[in-house]
Design a protein around this ligand. Structure first.
Ligand SMILES: [Zn+2]
Length: 337
C-alpha cells in the first residue's frame, strides 16, 4: 500500500489529538494533586526523595552535607553558630566507637557539638551498629565515614538511621572509620549508639576460638619453598566443619590437602578451601547453606601423623588472602544491655 497524502494528514491530526489529550490529562492530574492535600504531600515526598537519592548516590553527599548546603543557600554560611556547627566533626574530641557499654548520646539544643566515634577495621571484617533514639527524641544526622590514609579526607560511606535496628557494613580495604552524630542546628537529641566489629564469615570449625588458630597466613613452608596460604585451626579429630557461605561443595582426595573441599558460591566469588579432613558429610557437588556441616576435622594429606586441624584458605580472584579477619566471630549486638 502506498503512502497517500490523505493518510499523512490523518496521522498528523491524530498525533495532534493525542498531544492535546495528554495536555488535558496532565492538567487534570496537576489540578487533582493540588486540590488533594494528601496527593500533594505524596508528590512533594517523592520529589524530595528523588532529590535525596541524587545527593546520596550521584554526588556522594550525606544528609548532613545536604542540610549544610541548604543553610548556605539560605545565606547563613557566615553566621557564627552555623560555622561552628559545620566544623563540629573536625573540632570534636574523637572517642573509640568500641566500648563494652553502649555509647550515650546527649546533645542539648544550645550546643553545636558533634559526636565522633572512631574504629580501625581490617579487610574481611564487618562493622555492625544500632542507633537507638530515646523516646520523643527528634531527628539526628548520623553517618559512617571512612579514611584510608592519615592525610586523606573523610569520605561518606553510609547513612545511619536512628531506628533501633541492627545494620552492618562489610569492609573490603584497610581503613579508619568514624561514626558522626549531630542533631540539626538548635535541636536536641538523646539516645545510644552500639558498635561491634567481627568477621564476615565466622569460624568454620564448630566450637573453635581464635586461640585455636596456629600457623598463620604467609608463614614459610618446606624450608621457605612456599608460603602458607591459609590458617590452621586446631580441634579434636571428628569435630564438624561448616560452610561459611551458601554454595556448592567440590571434594578432592589425595595430595598435600588429603581429603579436601573447595566451597564456591559463584565464578566471580572467592573459593573457600578446607583441607586435611577425616571425612566428608555431603555428596560431592552438593549445594549447601551457611552453617551446614560439610566435613570433619582430621589429619589427612601432609598433616598425617601430626595434630588434627582444619587448614582453611580463601582464594579471591586476586589470589590467596589472609582468612584470620574473616573467621573472627560475627559481630553480635544482641548480647549488649
Ligand atoms: Zn595449613
Amino acid at each position: 500500500m502506498t503512502d497517500t497524502g490523505h493518510d499523512r494528514r490523518q496521522r498528523a491530526s491524530s498525533a495532534k489529538r493525542r498531544i492535546a489529550l495528554e495536555l488535558v490529562l496532565l492538567g487534570v492530574l496537576i489540578a487533582a494533586v493540588w486540590a488533594q492535600p494528601s496527593w500533594r504531600r505524596a508528590a512533594w515526598d517523592s520529589a524530595s526523595a528523588a532529590a535525596t537519592w541524587v545527593a546520596h548516590e550521584l554526588l556522594g553527599w550525606s544528609d548532613r552535607q545536604l542540610y549544610m548546603r541548604r543553610l548556605k543557600l539560605a545565606g547563613l554560611a557566615d553566621a557564627p553558630a552555623v560555622r561552628a556547627w559545620d566544623k563540629a566533626p573536625e573540632t570534636a574530641r574523637a572517642q573509640s566507637a568500641l566500648g563494652r557499654a553502649p555509647l550515650r548520646l546527649e546533645f542539648s539544643a544550645t550546643e553545636t557539638r558533634a559526636g565522633v566515634y572512631t574504629l580501625d577495621v581490617a579487610p574481611g571484617q564487618t562493622i555492625a551498629w544500632r542507633l537507638t533514639p530515646r523516646a520523643g527524641a527528634g531527628p539526628v544526622f548520623a553517618s559512617l565515614e571512612q579514611r584510608s590514609g592519615a592525610d586523606d579526607d573523610w569520605h561518606y560511606r553510609a547513612s545511619i538511621t536512628a531506628d533501633d535496628q541492627i545494620h552492618s557494613l562489610d569492609v573490603d580495604q584497610p581503613a579508619r572509620y568514624r561514626f558522626v552524630i549531630q542533631p540539626r542546628l538548635f535541636e536536641a537529641f538523646a539516645g545510644t549508639l552500639q558498635v561491634r566489629v567481627g568477621g564476615q564469615l565466622g569460624m568454620p570449625v564448630v566450637g573453635a576460638h581464635a586461640y585455636d588458630i596456629g600457623g598463620g597466613f604467609g608463614a614459610a613452608r618446606d624450608g621457605g619453598a612456599r608460603r602458607h596460604q591459609g590458617v590452621d585451626i586446631f580441634a579434636d579429630a571428628g569435630t564438624p566443619v561448616t560452610a561459611v557461605v551458601d554454595g556448592r561443595v567440590h571434594q578432592r582426595s589425595g595430595g598435600l590437602g588429603g581429603k579436601a573441599i573447595f566451597l564456591s558460591a559463584g565464578l566471580t566469588r572467592p573459593r573457600y578451601y578446607y583441607a586435611h579432613l577425616s571425612a566428608f558429610t555431603t555428596a560431592d557437588g552438593a549445594r549447601v547453606k551457611v552453617g551446614d556441616v560439610i566435613g570433619r576435622v582430621g589429619a589427612t594429606g601432609n598433616a598425617a601423623g601430626g595434630a588434627p586441624h582444619l587448614h582453611f584458605g580463601i582464594y579471591s580472584l586476586g589470589g590467596a588472602v589472609d582468612p584470620a579477619p574473616y573467621i573472627r566471630p560475627r559481630p553480635d549486638l544482641s548480647r549488649l544491655d
